[in-house]
Design a protein around this ligand. Sequence first.
Ligand code: SF4
Length: 291
Amino acid sequence: MKYEGMIFRPPSEAESLILQVTVGCSYNRCTFCSAYQGKRFRIKSFEEVREDIDKASSYGLRVQKVFLADGDALAIPQSDLIRILEYLRKRVIGLERVGIYANAKDILKKDVEELKALKDLSLGIIYLGLESGYREVLKRIKKNATIDQLIRASKRVKESGILLSVTVILGIGGMEGSQVHAMETGKVLSEMDPDYVGALSLMVVPGTPIEREIKTGKLVLPTPFGLIQELETMIQNCQCTRCFFASNHASNYLPLRIQMPEEKEEALRRIREVLRRKDPALLRPEYLRGL
Ligand code: SF4
């Protein structure tokens, strides 16, 4: 497989075949993100992608899941994406699901029928970053979508029948915006009503604009227990009809896996107990945290 640069994928795609169909992120300006710094965005040609698919399929192994990298592969024009998915189905034995990162604008460029056409060709899950439901935070981190666009994009994905996984970031509102960020994010998640929520904690990457904000004191990060308080507020305000909420990403101090709504109250009880005791031994140690 010919990968260009570092490859990122969601934790749930750990066992998937990663097929790089685009290089980098077409936006690449979120202040906290360093994933594709230095990569100039481009869509790979079908010939390049076909070569990788042929290579992967030449081993004759069964591959149930494929993840299309990089940052926002849904930016690929519809007809080209269909061509890739058709070829994957033709060559990959046992293919059950294809996953992809997308941003709200790319989703909104497609109507429900177009998304359904992709679903019929095995596109089974879309990963979308919300980061925060608080407008002020989205503006500050230079997110390339508004709350309204993010909600509309989510509803469109849900209507198409493709699974939706949404990422949120604890701590990204800073100390000052901490509780509003958590509350608004919970509320927006309720409107988006995704199938999965992944909560990460902000990890400050050297060289990013957000690191400069922190160094100059413009942004002060919440404490570890402040992040757990955010988790409590977010879950409290999240009224998703049926979703799996996970904070087990390596960046988090308190790993949880909650089936909502059934396990919500139990999870809140556990979080409140941790907040009451404020014992650092209850948290994931700093040396085990990472991106
Ligand atoms: S859209 Fe995603 S990949 Fe691109 S810069 Fe923002 S967070 Fe990073």
